[in-house]
Design a binder for this molecule. Structure first.
Ligand code: NAG
Ligand code: NAG
Ligand code: NAG
Length: 570
């Protein structure tokens, strides 16, 4: 009786042992290789859960936080490219606050509330006419009210009139002694008010610069690898320290643009199925540095006027109208345009039409193929046109929301509108590997011609990398554009510049307008002299009265689209 019970117990345990041994074997087999004939669903689900858990606490690499981190990755530029690079970097050199000094205490840094500006008389007189130039002198002070003795603050200047819904960007000159000049053209008659904004103190800019050079890892990316029912996700970036895990090398064969992911533990590099933003690192600045980035204190705060901040601009002087007006002191001030009654009026040789009738837009785009490439700020143009223009219907490509690629068609008027995002480091949610393309390679695949329009917007996703990365990317795109314009002259190429956006502490560390400004200057230099139109989103967002936004409000987008269409249909 006892023996029999014992035996039953034993056989029961034996069954359990056998079960355990078998599941161990299954687990082992599943992990060794993708086993197609085994039913591993439960186990791989468990594994997926594990790898998901792992990727949410992602195994982030430790970077050597110094300037040489990326130098060995990517191709070495040709000597002439190196020369251009050096010139570009010099052209955007930003004054260092004080040579070699560590981050000063908050009270020693620039304080917009203690700083002042004054409108200076022009040629000794406080009388201004349209076509004159206005100068405001800004003096920066610290939090104790002491004058600053060095430059490097990032200031924005704007001349505007709320009544006329008019505005123009000013040019800020840093005298490097705590004084700045803000220079404005006077394009309209009537009231005009000066507005000076401290975007970041020079001390904050130093922090941003250090982050840009040393912490390109502060935004990280990830990719999912999958084969059969097995999947893993790993961290990716433009460059990764190779001394920690084996790498998968996704360097683009045509352009040499580098991209790497850590190799998954079990799967091979060619099982990568997508690319996505991984996340933003926290705690990348010290508590002392964080004081330099306070909303309402020293991020985008107005500087007050010591006297009047408003002038009345008289109609143009008679003599000067006869003589000049077409070339008002060329080179000295080069605003690309100004808002008047919320309409952008370009200055210089560009003429702009208003496309207020929707039928005029359709007429303009008739028989055209419009290819838009880049970030979400040009996707906004695509969305604007699709929402606005009747007859232009979005074709359902089953693409992920906000990612694309997207396509819209008006078959009656033979219009095709396309959007595709640029390649890594695109920070979109999830882009399939098969849809991950570099703009220059896409341009090489276009036949082009007078009915082809190419629209590019490449800026917002490059701000966390050293400027060299951006220069290299634009160089590849420029070469592809030169090839395109050579083989198909008449192709219309439009480049949308970057714009200002709403900043708080977190956004500043990753996407500050200071980063965008530096990239924007590089962009302008690199496409200067080419047969391409620049839509000056930067100055439009400086000049307009609505708050800065990464995706500008519709009234600004309308003006950008009018500018684009004016170029397509002069
Ligand atoms: C940067 O870090 C690497 C790795 O630790 C080191 O070899 C290199 O010398 C460092 N460079 C500088 C400029 O400190
Ligand atoms: C990655 O591949 C590119 C192109 O084949 C090569 O030039 C580069 O050296 C490779 N990177 C590494 C770290 O091996
Ligand atoms: C306008 O041009 C005339 C002749 O070209 C010149 O004599 C005159 O001084 C100019 N006036 C101004 C205000 O520049």
């Amino acid at each position: 009786m006892q023996e029999a019970t014992m035996c039953r117990y034993l056989s029961k345990y034996a069954f359990i042992f056998l079960f355990l041994a078998l599941s161990g074997l299954i687990f082992l087999l599943c992990n060794i290789h993708t086993v197609e004939n085994w039913n591993c669903h439960t186990i791989s689900a468990l594994y997926q859960l594990q790898s998901r858990i792992q990727s949410s606490f992602v195994d982030l690499p430790t970077f050597h936080h110094n300037r040489t981190f990326c130098a060995q990755l990517g191709q070495k530029p040709f000597p002439e490219d190196e020369l251009e690079e050096r010139y570009l970097l010099e052209s955007i050199a930003w004054p260092e606050p004080r040579p070699g000094s560590a981050t000063p205490a908050l009270h020693q840094t620039s304080d917009p509330a203690h700083s002042l500006f004054a409108i200076l008389p022009t040629k000794g007189r406080r009388e201004w006419h349209v076509g004159d130039e206005l100068e405001a002198l800004v003096q920066m002070h610290d939090f104790l009210g002491r004058p600053k003795l060095y430059g490097g603050d990032f200031l924005l200047a704007r001349l505007h009139s709320p009544e006329l819904r008019a505005g123009v960007a000013g040019k800020v000159v840093d005298h490097r002694n705590g004084f700045y000049s803000a220079m404005f053209p006077l394009p309209w008659a009537g009231s005009a008010q000066v507005e000076v904004t401290l975007v970041h103190s020079s001390e904050a800019v130093s922090v941003l610069r250090r982050l840009r050079e040393e912490r390109p890892d502060r935004v990280f990316f990830k990719s999912l690898f999958r084969l059969g029912s097995l999947s893993e996700s790993t961290v990716c970036n433009m460059c990764l320290p190779s001394d920690q895990h084996p790498l998968c090398n996704y360097t683009d064969l045509h352009t040499g643009e580098p991209w790497y992911c850590y190799k998954p533990k079990l799967l091979s590099c060619d099982t990568r199925i997508n690319h996505a933003k991984g996340g933003y690192l926290k705690h990348i600045i010290t508590a002392k540095e964080a004081l330099l980035f306070q909303s309402g204190v020293n991020i985008k705060v107005h500087v007050h006027a010591s006297g009047p901040d408003r002038i009345n601009v008289l109609p143009p002087r008679k003599v000067e109208v006869e003589n000049s007006s077409k070339n008002p002191e060329p080179g000295k001030l080069a605003p690309s345009g100004y808002f008047y009654k919320d309409s952008w009026r370009p200055l210089g040789d560009v003429t702009m039409r208003q496309f207020n009738e929707l039928s005029a837009i359709t007429q303009c785009l008739k028989n055209k193929v419009v290819n838009m490439y880049g970030d979400s700020t040009v996707r906004q143009w695509f969305e604007y046109l699709v929402a606005l223009v009747p007859g232009l219907k979005e074709f359902n490509l089953h693409s992920p929301k906000n990612v694309g690629p997207f396509m819209a068609v008006d078959s009656t008027h033979n219009i095709l509108l396309k959007y595709r995002c640029h390649g890594p480091p695109i920070r979109f949610s999830t882009v399939l590997s098969s849809e991950l393309r570099y703009v220059s390679n896409e341009l090489d695949g276009l036949s082009g011609g007078p009915d082809t329009v190419v629209v590019l917007s490449i800026w917002a996703h490059f701000s966390t990398f050293p400027v060299e990365v951006y220069i290299r990317r634009l160089r590849h795109i420029r070469r592809a554009l030169v090839r395109l314009l050579d083989r198909a002259p008449g192709t219309v190429v439009v480049i949308r510049s970057g714009n200002l956006q709403a900043l708080d502490q977190e956004v500043s560390l990753f996407n500050s307008d200071w980063y965008s400004l530096q990239l924007d200057e590089v962009l302008r230099s690199m496409f200067k002299g080419m047969n391409v139109l620049l839509v000056d989103a930067w100055q439009m967002s400086v000049a307009h009265h609505l708050p800065h936004a990464l995706h500008p409000p519709e009234v600004i987008v309308k003006n950008m689209i009018d500018m684009l269409l004016s170029y397509v249909c002069p």
